[in-house]
Design a protein around this ligand. Sequence first.
Ligand SMILES: [Zn+2]
Length: 116
Amino acid sequence: MDPSRCYSSQPRTLRCSWTSSNPGRRFYGCEQYGMVGGCNYFFSFDPPMCERSRQVIPELLRSIDRTESQLHHVQAELRQVQAELRTVETELQRVSQRGKRMKGIVGGFLILAVDT
Ligand SMILES: [Zn+2]
């Protein structure tokens, strides 16, 4: 048997396990695993994980998931606040232009009052 190939004679691929018993542990597996013509070839690349790693790494992964979830929530809130800000800026521009027109009208009245 060619050591660079799996049971089904496909090139073996270096993969990474994310199971709770082997989080982050690399292994060689069948390139076609789970597909037609693939096999369940397994050859460990990394040594067995210590108990501490099996406890800590899944907790770190859960922490990353929670943080990413919070980030997505904050990003959604930010998009909503940015949309509200655009609305307020548009309204502010409209009010500001109206104020300028009013100043012009008042200024015109003052000129008329002084001239008469
Ligand atoms: Zn295979």
